[in-house]
Design a protein around this ligand. Structure first.
Ligand SMILES: CC(C)=CCNc1ncnc2c1ncn2[C@@H]1O[C@H](COP(=O)(O)O)[C@@H](O)[C@H]1O
Length: 253
């Protein structure tokens, strides 16, 4: 065979004659160790972000109906709020909901513990933080994310409601993101339930006094968030809001 008659196929590519590379694709992949700065470039990050979405969707897509539960990373076991979190996880599990938390300590751990105790699906979506941290021991299905925004997508996409327990900045961030998504109709089927009126009452009053009074929100926006004290009411409320939404969607269609 002359050089011009020789053919090399590399996946979908064809090379003939002098165009045939002297090495194979596998060989180049396995042999080469060039500069490594591409690992810290945005195009590479885009692929990493993509892989987080792929892993997250893969892990969570077959969950039963689920509720995302937020709350402080700093509340200690045995405290009143921790026990409230455990009870919320139990009630959700008894009602057949999976519990999704941030997978960390405090209220996240409490909700996962309650869910696990009642044989509910206990899910933890952790986040890489500057200090060493692993998923709490009550997480049965878990993933640790590099990117906050990918993780947040999972909290919303795979849950039918948000339950917000007492917490700090992280919890407030998650609460206000949820309200904004509902207010702007990016999500349409979403009860947002605050648990603990002694803790949340002041914020609600401030929203009414500062935001509503100054016309920064509409009066119906006050209904985007519900407040309860008894963990049993959480499930009742979620079911009621879902029923109302179904009825409304039925009327609209
Ligand atoms: C002890 C300590 C600070 C651990 C941090 N470890 C964490 N692990 C997982 N999710 C977290 C963590 N810290 C904050 N978050 C996220 O932010 C919320 C809690 O923040 P915060 O404690 O309320 O402001 C949680 O719902 C969770 O989604």
């Amino acid at each position: 065979m002359t050089e011009e008659e020789q053919i090399r196929r590399a996946g979908p590519l064809t090379y003939r004659g002098r165009a045939i590379p002297t090495t194979t694709t596998d060989q180049r992949l396995l042999d080469r160790r060039g500069p490594t700065d591409w690992v810290h470039t945005d195009p590479w990050r885009v692929l990493r972000i993509q892989s987080e979405f792929v892993e997250g969707f893969g892990l969570l897509s077959e969950l039963p109906s689920a509720v995302s539960v937020f709350g402080s990373a700093r509340i200690e076991p045995g405290t009143r709020y921790y026990n409230l979190g455990v009870e919320v996880g139990r009630k959700l599990a008894e009602a057949g909901y999976a519990t999704i938390t941030g997978g960390g300590p405090g209220m996240m751990e409490a909700a996962n513990k309650g869910a696990q105790e009642r044989d509910g699906r206990s899910v933890g979506l952790g986040i890489e933080l500057p200090f060493e941290q692993s998923l709490n021991p009550y997480v049965d299905v878990g993933m640790t994310f590099r990117y906050f925004f990918v993780r947040k997508t999972m909290f919303v996409k795979y849950a039918q409601a948000f339950v917000v327990l007492p917490g700090g900045f992280g919890t407030l961030d998650e609460l206000f993101e949820a309200i904004t998504l509902v207010q702007t109709r990016k999500v349409t089927r979403f009860p947002v339930v605050l648990v603990g009126s002694d803790f949340w009452g002041g914020l609600r009053d401030w929203i009414e006094g500062a935001l509503l009074e100054n016309g920064l929100i509409k009066s119906e926006d006050m209904d985007l968030v519900q407040q309860v004290d008894d963990p049993a009411e959480v499930v009742e409320l979620i079911r009621r809001v879902h029923k109302d939404l179904e009825r409304k969607n039925g009327q609209d269609s």
